[in-house]
Design a binder for this molecule. Sequence first.
Ligand code: HH2
Length: 279
Amino acid sequence: MIFRARQFTFTFPRPPLIMGIVNVTPDSFSDGGRYLEADKAVAHGLELVQQGAAILDIGGESTRPGAVPVSEAEELRRVLPVIEALAGQVNVPLSIDTMKPAVARAALQAGASIVNDIAANRGDDTLWRIVAEAGAGYVCMHMQGTPQTMQADPVYANVVAEVEQFFEERCRRLQACGVAADQVVLDVGIGFGKTLEHNLQLLRGLAGFRKLGRPLLLGVSRKSFIGRLAGADVAARLPGSLACACWAVLQGVQLLRTHDVVETLQAVRMFEALTAPPT
Ligand code: HH2
Protein backbone atom coordinates (compact mmCIF):
# COMPACT_ATOMS: atom_id res chain seq x y z
CA MET A 1 0.00 0.00 0.00
CA ILE A 2 1.22 3.47 -0.94
CA PHE A 3 0.38 6.95 0.36
CA ARG A 4 1.26 9.78 -2.01
CA ALA A 5 1.37 13.43 -1.02
CA ARG A 6 2.86 15.56 -3.81
CA GLN A 7 6.63 14.85 -3.88
CA PHE A 8 6.40 12.47 -0.89
CA THR A 9 5.64 8.76 -1.10
CA PHE A 10 5.26 6.40 1.86
CA THR A 11 5.18 2.66 1.24
CA PHE A 12 3.54 0.33 3.77
CA PRO A 13 4.19 -1.86 5.66
CA ARG A 14 6.73 0.29 7.46
CA PRO A 15 7.17 1.55 11.03
CA PRO A 16 4.30 3.84 12.04
CA LEU A 17 4.57 7.47 10.95
CA ILE A 18 4.43 10.00 13.74
CA MET A 19 2.54 13.18 12.87
CA GLY A 20 3.64 15.98 15.20
CA ILE A 21 1.07 18.65 16.07
CA VAL A 22 1.80 22.37 15.67
CA ASN A 23 -1.21 24.36 16.92
CA VAL A 24 -0.91 28.04 15.96
CA THR A 25 -3.92 28.93 18.10
CA PRO A 26 -4.73 30.74 21.34
CA ASP A 27 -7.33 28.17 22.43
CA SER A 28 -6.36 24.58 21.53
CA PHE A 29 -7.43 22.26 24.30
CA SER A 30 -3.97 21.18 25.44
CA ASP A 31 -1.40 23.68 24.16
CA GLY A 32 -3.46 26.76 23.21
CA GLY A 33 -1.39 29.96 23.22
CA ARG A 34 2.00 28.26 23.46
CA TYR A 35 2.83 28.57 19.76
CA LEU A 36 0.61 31.43 18.61
CA GLU A 37 3.54 33.56 17.44
CA ALA A 38 4.95 32.32 14.13
CA ASP A 39 8.54 32.09 15.36
CA LYS A 40 7.53 29.93 18.33
CA ALA A 41 5.42 27.66 16.10
CA VAL A 42 8.29 27.27 13.62
CA ALA A 43 10.77 26.47 16.40
CA HIS A 44 8.33 23.91 17.79
CA GLY A 45 7.90 22.31 14.35
CA LEU A 46 11.67 22.09 13.88
CA GLU A 47 12.02 20.50 17.29
CA LEU A 48 9.33 17.90 16.53
CA VAL A 49 11.08 16.95 13.27
CA GLN A 50 14.36 16.64 15.11
CA GLN A 51 12.61 14.35 17.58
CA GLY A 52 11.49 12.07 14.76
CA ALA A 53 8.17 13.40 13.46
CA ALA A 54 7.64 12.11 9.91
CA ILE A 55 4.88 14.66 9.20
CA LEU A 56 3.98 18.02 10.78
CA ASP A 57 0.30 18.92 11.13
CA ILE A 58 -0.17 22.68 11.31
CA GLY A 59 -3.50 24.12 12.43
CA GLY A 60 -4.77 27.67 12.94
CA GLU A 61 -8.24 26.88 14.29
CA SER A 62 -9.05 24.90 17.39
CA THR A 63 -11.65 22.19 16.86
CA ARG A 64 -12.16 21.33 20.49
CA PRO A 65 -15.82 20.99 21.48
CA GLY A 66 -17.43 24.42 21.59
CA ALA A 67 -14.45 26.23 20.01
CA VAL A 68 -15.23 29.65 18.52
CA PRO A 69 -14.85 29.51 14.71
CA VAL A 70 -12.00 31.55 13.24
CA SER A 71 -12.31 33.73 10.11
CA GLU A 72 -10.51 32.70 6.95
CA ALA A 73 -8.30 35.80 7.12
CA GLU A 74 -7.25 35.09 10.70
CA GLU A 75 -6.58 31.41 10.02
CA LEU A 76 -4.42 32.34 7.03
CA ARG A 77 -2.58 34.95 9.07
CA ARG A 78 -1.72 32.31 11.66
CA VAL A 79 -0.66 29.39 9.49
CA LEU A 80 0.87 30.78 6.30
CA PRO A 81 4.08 32.26 7.75
CA VAL A 82 4.63 29.04 9.68
CA ILE A 83 4.17 26.82 6.62
CA GLU A 84 6.35 29.07 4.46
CA ALA A 85 9.17 29.02 7.01
CA LEU A 86 8.97 25.29 7.73
CA ALA A 87 8.72 24.33 4.04
CA GLY A 88 12.16 25.82 3.48
CA GLN A 89 13.72 24.09 6.47
CA VAL A 90 12.37 20.55 6.81
CA ASN A 91 12.16 17.64 4.41
CA VAL A 92 9.05 16.03 5.86
CA PRO A 93 5.55 16.66 4.49
CA LEU A 94 3.61 19.52 6.04
CA SER A 95 -0.07 18.93 6.63
CA ILE A 96 -2.60 21.75 6.92
CA ASP A 97 -5.32 21.03 9.48
CA THR A 98 -8.21 23.07 8.12
CA MET A 99 -11.86 22.87 7.17
CA LYS A 100 -11.65 25.80 4.72
CA PRO A 101 -10.92 25.31 1.00
CA ALA A 102 -9.23 28.73 0.67
CA VAL A 103 -6.88 27.96 3.56
CA ALA A 104 -6.06 24.56 2.06
CA ARG A 105 -5.30 26.16 -1.32
CA ALA A 106 -3.03 28.85 0.15
CA ALA A 107 -1.27 26.34 2.40
CA LEU A 108 -0.56 24.05 -0.57
CA GLN A 109 0.82 27.03 -2.49
CA ALA A 110 3.02 27.87 0.50
CA GLY A 111 4.53 24.37 0.58
CA ALA A 112 2.11 22.03 2.38
CA SER A 113 1.64 18.54 0.89
CA ILE A 114 -1.30 17.13 2.87
CA VAL A 115 -4.76 18.48 3.70
CA ASN A 116 -6.04 17.18 7.04
CA ASP A 117 -9.79 17.60 6.74
CA ILE A 118 -11.67 17.08 9.99
CA ALA A 119 -14.85 18.15 8.16
CA ALA A 120 -14.83 15.47 5.51
CA ASN A 121 -18.59 15.34 6.06
CA ARG A 122 -18.85 18.24 3.60
CA GLY A 123 -21.59 18.60 1.01
CA ASP A 124 -19.45 20.73 -1.28
CA ASP A 125 -16.50 19.29 -3.21
CA THR A 126 -14.37 22.47 -3.63
CA LEU A 127 -11.72 21.30 -1.17
CA TRP A 128 -11.48 17.89 -2.81
CA ARG A 129 -10.89 19.48 -6.23
CA ILE A 130 -8.07 21.56 -4.74
CA VAL A 131 -6.51 18.39 -3.32
CA ALA A 132 -6.86 16.65 -6.69
CA GLU A 133 -5.30 19.54 -8.60
CA ALA A 134 -2.30 19.70 -6.25
CA GLY A 135 -1.80 15.93 -6.07
CA ALA A 136 -1.81 16.39 -2.30
CA GLY A 137 -2.35 13.81 0.38
CA TYR A 138 -5.75 13.92 2.07
CA VAL A 139 -6.79 12.88 5.58
CA CYS A 140 -10.47 11.98 5.50
CA MET A 141 -11.69 12.25 9.09
CA HIS A 142 -15.12 11.32 10.42
CA MET A 143 -17.00 13.85 12.52
CA GLN A 144 -20.65 13.90 13.48
CA GLY A 145 -21.88 17.53 13.48
CA THR A 146 -19.51 20.47 13.89
CA PRO A 147 -17.07 21.36 16.67
CA GLN A 148 -19.73 23.70 18.03
CA THR A 149 -22.44 21.02 18.27
CA MET A 150 -20.69 17.66 18.09
CA GLN A 151 -20.58 16.76 21.77
CA ALA A 152 -24.18 17.86 22.55
CA ASP A 153 -25.72 14.39 22.16
CA PRO A 154 -23.94 12.19 19.62
CA VAL A 155 -26.10 9.26 18.58
CA TYR A 156 -25.30 6.22 16.42
CA ALA A 157 -27.10 2.92 15.92
CA ASN A 158 -23.69 1.31 15.32
CA VAL A 159 -20.78 3.72 15.36
CA VAL A 160 -18.25 1.34 13.75
CA ALA A 161 -20.57 0.42 10.87
CA GLU A 162 -21.60 4.05 10.31
CA VAL A 163 -18.01 5.30 10.18
CA GLU A 164 -17.15 2.52 7.74
CA GLN A 165 -20.07 3.46 5.47
CA PHE A 166 -18.95 7.08 5.69
CA PHE A 167 -15.43 6.14 4.53
CA GLU A 168 -16.72 4.04 1.65
CA GLU A 169 -18.99 6.81 0.46
CA ARG A 170 -16.30 9.48 0.81
CA CYS A 171 -13.70 7.39 -1.03
CA ARG A 172 -16.13 7.07 -3.96
CA ARG A 173 -16.83 10.80 -4.02
CA LEU A 174 -13.14 11.65 -3.67
CA GLN A 175 -12.29 9.48 -6.63
CA ALA A 176 -15.03 11.13 -8.67
CA CYS A 177 -13.37 14.49 -7.92
CA GLY A 178 -9.99 13.24 -9.13
CA VAL A 179 -8.42 12.36 -5.77
CA ALA A 180 -6.76 8.97 -6.33
CA ALA A 181 -7.10 6.23 -3.73
CA ASP A 182 -3.38 6.40 -2.92
CA GLN A 183 -3.72 10.05 -1.86
CA VAL A 184 -6.19 9.17 0.90
CA VAL A 185 -5.72 8.30 4.58
CA LEU A 186 -8.68 7.46 6.83
CA ASP A 187 -9.24 8.64 10.41
CA VAL A 188 -12.18 7.62 12.63
CA GLY A 189 -12.07 11.03 14.38
CA ILE A 190 -11.75 10.20 18.06
CA GLY A 191 -13.67 12.78 20.12
CA PHE A 192 -15.45 14.36 17.16
CA GLY A 193 -19.14 13.78 17.88
CA LYS A 194 -18.53 10.69 20.01
CA THR A 195 -19.19 9.70 23.60
CA LEU A 196 -16.60 7.82 25.64
CA GLU A 197 -18.31 4.56 24.69
CA HIS A 198 -18.33 5.49 20.96
CA ASN A 199 -14.61 6.25 21.13
CA LEU A 200 -13.90 2.92 22.81
CA GLN A 201 -15.99 1.02 20.27
CA LEU A 202 -14.08 2.67 17.41
CA LEU A 203 -10.73 1.91 19.03
CA ARG A 204 -11.74 -1.71 19.58
CA GLY A 205 -12.92 -1.91 15.96
CA LEU A 206 -9.88 -0.31 14.30
CA ALA A 207 -8.64 -3.51 12.66
CA GLY A 208 -11.92 -3.78 10.76
CA PHE A 209 -11.15 -0.59 8.81
CA ARG A 210 -8.08 -2.20 7.25
CA LYS A 211 -10.27 -3.90 4.68
CA LEU A 212 -10.86 -0.48 3.07
CA GLY A 213 -7.29 -0.72 1.79
CA ARG A 214 -6.13 2.72 2.92
CA PRO A 215 -3.64 3.72 5.64
CA LEU A 216 -5.31 4.56 8.96
CA LEU A 217 -4.47 7.63 11.05
CA LEU A 218 -5.43 8.07 14.68
CA GLY A 219 -5.52 11.16 16.90
CA VAL A 220 -5.94 10.31 20.57
CA SER A 221 -3.23 12.52 22.03
CA ARG A 222 -4.27 13.96 25.42
CA LYS A 223 -7.96 13.79 24.48
CA SER A 224 -10.76 14.18 27.00
CA PHE A 225 -12.06 10.61 26.75
CA ILE A 226 -8.80 9.54 28.44
CA GLY A 227 -9.51 12.03 31.19
CA ARG A 228 -13.07 10.78 31.52
CA LEU A 229 -11.91 7.18 31.81
CA ALA A 230 -8.88 7.72 34.03
CA GLY A 231 -9.77 10.90 35.89
CA ALA A 232 -6.68 12.66 34.51
CA ASP A 233 -6.62 16.30 33.50
CA VAL A 234 -5.13 17.37 30.21
CA ALA A 235 -1.52 17.67 31.37
CA ALA A 236 -1.57 14.13 32.78
CA ARG A 237 -2.96 12.10 29.86
CA LEU A 238 0.27 10.93 28.25
CA PRO A 239 0.14 7.38 29.69
CA GLY A 240 -3.39 6.84 28.37
CA SER A 241 -2.40 8.35 25.02
CA LEU A 242 0.55 5.96 24.71
CA ALA A 243 -1.59 2.95 25.63
CA CYS A 244 -3.99 3.90 22.83
CA ALA A 245 -1.10 4.47 20.40
CA CYS A 246 0.32 0.99 21.03
CA TRP A 247 -3.11 -0.59 20.79
CA ALA A 248 -3.71 1.25 17.52
CA VAL A 249 -0.44 -0.02 16.05
CA LEU A 250 -1.43 -3.57 16.99
CA GLN A 251 -4.70 -3.04 15.12
CA GLY A 252 -2.88 -1.84 11.98
CA VAL A 253 -2.90 1.96 12.32
CA GLN A 254 0.05 3.45 10.40
CA LEU A 255 -0.08 7.15 11.29
CA LEU A 256 -0.27 8.55 14.82
CA ARG A 257 -1.10 12.24 15.39
CA THR A 258 0.48 13.39 18.63
CA HIS A 259 1.70 16.32 20.71
CA ASP A 260 4.36 14.08 22.31
CA VAL A 261 6.65 12.84 19.55
CA VAL A 262 9.57 11.52 21.63
CA GLU A 263 7.36 9.56 23.99
CA THR A 264 5.11 8.16 21.27
CA LEU A 265 8.06 7.05 19.14
CA GLN A 266 9.67 5.32 22.09
CA ALA A 267 6.48 3.53 23.12
CA VAL A 268 5.71 2.41 19.59
CA ARG A 269 9.28 1.26 18.85
CA MET A 270 9.35 -0.80 22.04
CA PHE A 271 5.96 -2.23 21.28
CA GLU A 272 6.93 -3.15 17.73
CA ALA A 273 10.11 -4.86 18.91
CA LEU A 274 8.12 -6.91 21.40
CA THR A 275 5.43 -7.92 18.95
CA ALA A 276 7.76 -8.65 15.98
CA PRO A 277 7.80 -12.29 14.94
CA PRO A 278 10.82 -14.13 16.39
CA THR A 279 13.80 -14.28 14.03
N1 HH2 B 1 -7.78 15.97 16.47
C1 HH2 B 1 -7.66 17.30 16.65
C2 HH2 B 1 -7.38 18.15 15.58
N2 HH2 B 1 -7.20 17.65 14.34
N3 HH2 B 1 -7.10 15.80 12.87
C3 HH2 B 1 -7.20 14.49 12.66
N4 HH2 B 1 -7.02 13.99 11.44
N5 HH2 B 1 -7.49 13.61 13.68
C4 HH2 B 1 -7.70 14.05 14.95
O1 HH2 B 1 -8.00 13.20 15.83
C5 HH2 B 1 -7.60 15.45 15.22
C6 HH2 B 1 -7.30 16.32 14.12
C7 HH2 B 1 -7.81 17.88 18.03
O2 HH2 B 1 -6.56 17.99 18.68
P1 HH2 B 1 -5.71 19.34 18.84
O3 HH2 B 1 -5.26 19.84 17.50
O4 HH2 B 1 -4.61 19.13 19.80
O5 HH2 B 1 -6.71 20.35 19.52
P2 HH2 B 1 -7.48 21.62 18.99
O6 HH2 B 1 -8.45 21.17 17.98
O7 HH2 B 1 -8.13 22.18 20.23
O8 HH2 B 1 -6.48 22.57 18.38
